[in-house]
Design a binder for this molecule. Structure first.
Ligand code: PLP
Length: 558
């Protein structure tokens, strides 16, 4: 009969971590090194005692910590697995720290080089075989005394501190937890990523045929800005959008708009430079501005005003360090499309304060209800503007990775910035050439996407349904999106007692197996919103909305 400790799983887990000198992040890395996924929030839920792992994960934890699985799960039997136990006299045996460290260290070779841990680790557990004469001689590269038996603890390789404040929650901890649940064999309904293909939105046949035909000619690098044919088609598109002062050398293709956002932020921002970004935003903008060393400053978009930017708030946040305004129009996550008057006022503010304008217009061909999309650059011939778009959404080829940016307006004042852009563009050699080869086909002629966004079309009808169904749920309200395929509903936080939107997302995931993205993932300051991607087919959406209504009928965070 095994020994029962009377302690909880969380206590045993914490004790095992302490004994092994490991942090939660070490455990996640160790699991990763074994090809197993453990999410940050998942581990923190275990440690805080909120969730118990499933058997497969329990086994993994026990292995990583080198403790007995039965002891970890139920407090039965000795703690250590296959190693002498160290008892502290105060209760059941804690896991052998040496053995646990050895296990985890050998799993991910990243033990922090603290003297205590170095001492605890047996030589055989050294991450590199430096304890053998053969490997020592191979590793020794210079003169000096040869250390015979002493193994050098391997330093820990930490991520760059540049990433400390970077947030990209669309694929964050809640998505990690969903992936873990899928590994367990559970079916998760993913309403979190705007990726059309998995929901049956197919690339137009003509695009696929043309790519196939051109593949043999796409083997080499192209000009770093892109193929002539692609850039010419983009230039003609810019003409149709009335964007002034565009020339071929002001058009750059990228591996998606994503690459070009990063490139621009790196080219523009120095430490201390500020850039105005909407809240809520598509979080890549904030992430890239932060990574580039700049300071993102969020201006509020006003739900009461159809999610248009609050211009007073925007202007009040301009300082002498502000270099640029970012707008996302049509907007992800709100689905707003900014009217001409709003755009004109943003241009006026940029003009008054001498700011560049970056406009992310990747959803410009997905407008509904006859709403006209206006490129802000068309209203700002005297200002430095960069307009972004691509084929990921309008042509349902997110996986091909093709986007572009168009420099327009006042190019004189951005000469040095352009120099930086060219440098970075050359450094990445070029964007995916096969994907560039279909830009001309995609932008010209019949646009099949138009069918999706008119009455009777999938995106239109799915929006109608989701908008209505959400607003029928007591405690939930949502502004009707005018474009794209996202909706950003508001929760009555008092009614549901919600103080933590990540917890809400996890609770929904655990109970209904629906994955959404919390509002905080879009740099929204309050825990009162979430985003739904309404790309799934109507039947699936119907099931999801029924489940959501059921969830909110009883949910109280606590
Ligand atoms: N900009 C916005 C507003 C987006 O929503 C997305 C993707 O969801 C992107 C840019 C990235 O697009 P791409 O696939 O071209 O990198």
């Amino acid at each position: 009969m095994g020994e029962s400790t009377g302690s909880t799983f969380a206590e045993r887990l914490n004790r095992s971590l302490d004994a092994a000198g490991l942090k939660q992040a070490d455990l996640i890395r160790a699991a990763g090194a074994r090809g197993q996924k453990l999410g940050k929030s998942q581990v923190s839920q275990y440690v805080s005692g909120k969730t118990l792992p499933r058997p497969r994960v329990m086994r993994l934890l026990a292995e990583l910590l080198n403790v007995d699985e039965r002891w970890l799960a139920a407090g039965e039997g000795p703690a250590a697995s296959g190693a002498p136990t160290a008892t502290d006299g105060s209760g059941p045996a804690a896991p052998s720290s040496a053995a646990a460290t050895a296990s985890a260290a050998s799993a991910f070779a990243a033990a922090p080089p603290t003297p205590a841990r170095a001492a605890a680790r047996p030589e055989t557990a050294a991450p590199f075989p430096s304890s053998t004469a053969a490997s020592e001689s191979a590793l020794q590269s210079g003169p000096g005394p040869r250390s015979t038996q002493r193994s050098t603890p391997m330093r820990e390789f930490k991520k760059s501190t540049k990433l400390d404040n970077v947030l990209y929650d669309v694929r964050g901890p809640v998505a990690d937890e969903a992936a873990r649940m899928e590994d367990e064999g559970l079916r998760i309904l993913k309403l979190n990523i705007g990726n059309p293909a998995p929901f049956g939105f197919r690339t137009p046949d003509e695009v696929v045929t043309d790519m196939r035909q051109q593949l043999p000619d796409c083997e080499g690098y192209s000009d770093s800005k892109g193929l002539f044919s692609a850039r010419k088609a983009i230039m003609q598109y810019a003409q149709l959008k009335h964007i002034p002062n565009v020339s071929m050398d002001g058009i750059y293709t990228g591996n998606g708009v994503s690459e070009l956002i990063q490139l621009c932020m790196n080219a523009l921002l120095d430490t201390g430079d500020e850039i105005l970004i909407p809240s809520p935003d598509y979080p890549l903008w904030t992430a890239c501005a932060t990574l580039a060393g700049g300071t993102p400053v969020h201006y509020v978009c006003d739900e009461e005003a159809e999610w248009n930017p609050d211009l007073a708030d925007l202007e009040s946040k301009i300082t002498t360090n502000t270099k640029a305004i970012v707008i996302i129009n049509p907007n992800n996550p709100t689905g707003a499309v900014y009217p001409r008057e709003v755009l004109e006022q943003i241009v006026e503010i940029a003009r008054r304060h001498g700011l560049m304008i970056f406009s992310d217009e990747i959803y410009d061909r997905l407008c509904m209800d006859g709403v006209e999309h206006i490129s802000i650059a068309s209203l700002a011939p005297d200002l430095p503007c960069v307009t972004f778009s691509g084929l990921s959404k309008s042509h349902m080829i997110a996986g091909y990775r093709i986007g572009w940016m168009i420099l327009s307006g006042n190019k004189r004042c951005m000469r040095d910035f352009i120099y930086g852009i060219n440098m970075l563009s050359n450094m990445r050699l070029c964007s995916n050439v096969p994907a560039q080869s279909v830009v001309q086909t995609a932008l010209g002629g019949y646009q099949s996407v138009e069918r999706y966004v008119e009455p009777g079309g999938r995106i239109y009808e799915q929006r109608e349904y989701v908008y209505k169904a959400l607003n029928e749920i007591p405690g939930i309200s949502a502004v009707k999106p005018k474009a794209a395929f996202y909706i950003f509903p508001k929760m009555d936080v008092e009614r549901f007692n919600i103080t933590d939107d990540e917890q809400f997302a996890l609770d929904l995931l655990h109970e209904k197996r629906i994955l959404i993205t919390r509002g905080g993932g879009f740099n929204w300051g309050k825990p009162d919103h979430f985003r739904i991607v309404y790309l799934p087919r109507m039947e699936v959406l119907h099931e999801a909305l029924t489940d959501l209504a059921d969830f909110f009928a009883h949910y109280r965070q606590g």
